[in-house]
Design a protein around this ligand. Sequence first.
Ligand code: HEM
Length: 134
Amino acid sequence: MIATDMVQESFARCNLNAKFIDVFYENFLASNPMFAEMFAHTDFKQQKELLRRGISMMILYADGNAVGRLALQRLGKSHGKHGMGIPPAMYNFWLESLIKTVAQVDPRWDHYVEKQWRDTMQHGIRHIIEEGEK
Ligand code: HEM
């Protein structure tokens, strides 16, 4: 299990900022020229809420929670080789975009918060990729 207390608090501060997920998608789409096309037909109003929930599930999973595990299993299936076929290397763009975003949005960002976000998200990403390869 991974310490998630600082991530939970940081995520709560980020969610107080109505632009949090918008800033994430700006950073994410700008991080790789392939992404704009992949999200060309996406309903972002819906997608933003889904992503917010997705991040919560990543935190729950790192906490050892069974609902989090199931949610990431499902994400692995939808993003993996029998689903959208997202190449595993793309998750690094996702992680770096999220880190960049939280650094911009969380007023109490520091290196300890960053380390916990990275550990927590890496743990979930590994599980999503593993499930997606099955
Ligand atoms: C841990 C990282 C990620 C999380 C938590 C996440 C979360 C989600 C969620 C919750 C959805 C809604 C559909 C579903 O539940 O399957 C979704 C859709 C999608 N994701 Fe991800 N995702 C992640 C990484 C990525 C990456 C790295 C890419 C590609 C570069 C990607 C591309 C997409 C696309 C194209 C959709 C469909 C959007 C649409 O409906 O038009 N995701 N993602």
